[in-house]
Ligand binder design. Structure first.
Ligand code: F6P
Length: 342
């Protein structure tokens, strides 16, 4: 039996029992968001915490737009793309008035914490809310993989695989017609998606925002080298942040006299059933998000670093910068310069 002093210490170290939390998805959707919502709801039930789904991102907190997330509500969503909670980018939440309304909704619904699933924009909102006394935890989900505090964001793998599948199909017809294909992929201001996809499809060249474009060096020479090595079709992958595929196509036409076919993959990259990696990561991150509340240390982002889950305080997380590993670009240059196709 413990003495009185030990009892006092035990009580002091025990986190306050949380009764109810909310969960929302915000910003651009990504495959695996539903898997994260499911993990949050199920883990909450496991810890005896009620879980409320806030719909349409931060707007849902402002407008009191919610649904109860019991076990039934999250049944059969693990493999579904999109988000059952809907998502939005909220201008109103950027205002003091908007955030006051959000706090009022949290009080009205008895929400003692919010799990916010999204990217950096979402986490800026989470930081503001935590400063107003509502504890928050962020779960990184964006196809761009551009969140500084984490190696990986939910949805990246699925988006890469979707782009790869599309480009493989394009390659079939480019090969038959001996053409040049210029494909624009998403990624906002980052080149992760483009570079990863470029390596996986054996691109002739990849343009990324992290490397200033030198048209001769980055496109003309790789196409010429590939041609000299025997290639009769060429695949150029352009990150949307590096420029417009249409303009790149026109410049290729001017410089080399060939007529490239341009494809902008667009929002197709945001849809589809999440891959195993995205389901598994979303499930782990969702679990740890609720655990952070249950253990009494919210106001963090659940990131992965070298494969392990890490909790990073939100403010610190937002200040962290991620640098694209340029050695991947060097690998692409080495391999595409020395062969005649994928
Ligand atoms: O951040 C995800 C993303 O898909 C980016 O890759 C892209 O630039 C942007 O969202 C597109 O946003 P919207 O859905 O508003 O067109």
């Amino acid at each position: 039996m413990s003495n009185n002093n030990e009892n006092v210490a035990e009580v002091a170290s025990k986190p306050k029992k949380i009764k109810r939390i909310g969960v929302l998805t915000s910003g651009g959707d990504s495959p695996g968001m539903n898997a994260a919502v499911r993990a949050v709801a199920r883990t909450a039930i496991y810890y005896g915490i009620e879980c409320v789904g806030i719909r349409r991102g931060w707007n849902g907190l402002i407008n009191s737009d919610f649904m109860i997330l019991n076990g039934d509500a999250v049944r059969h969503i693990l493999a579904r793309g999109g988000t059952i909670l809907y998502t939005a980018r909220s201008d109103e939440f950027m205002t003091v008035e908007g955030r006051k309304k959000a706090v009022a909704t949290c009080k009205m619904l008895g929400l003692e914490g919010i799990v916010a699933i999204g990217g950096d924009g979402t986490f800026k909102g989470a930081l503001e809310l935590s400063r107003l006394g509502i504890p928050t935890v962020g779960v990184p989900a964006t196809i761009d993989n551009d969140v500084g505090c984490t190696n990986y964001t939910i949805g990246f793998d699925t988006a890469c695989n979707t782009a790869i599948t599309c480009i493989d199909k394009l390659r079939d017809t480019m090969q038959s017609h001996e053409r040049c294909s210029v494909v624009e992929v998403m990624g906002r201001h980052a080149g992760y998606l483009a570079l990863y996809v470029g390596l996986a499809v054996g691109a002739t060249a990849v343009l990324i925002p992290e490397r200033e474009l030198d048209f001769e060096r980055d496109i003309v020479v790789p196409i010429q080298n590939a041609r000299l090595a025997g290639a009769t079709h060429f695949m150029i992958v352009v990150a949307e942040g590096a420029g417009s595929a249409i303009e790149i196509g026109e410049k290729i036409h001017e410089a080399l006299g060939i007529g490239p076919r341009v494809t902008v993959l667009g929002h197709i990259q945001r849809g589809g059933s999440p891959t195993g990696r995205d389901r598994e990561t979303a499930t782990r991150m969702g679990y740890y998000a609720v655990k952070a509340f249950a253990d009494g240390h919210p106001n963090c982002i659940i990131g992965t670093q070298e494969g392990s889950i890490k909790e990073i305080p939100i403010e610190e997380a937002l200040a962290m910068k991620k640098h694209l590993q340029m050695y991947r670009y060097e690998i692409l240059e080495a391999i595409s310069a020395t062969g005649s196709g994928h």
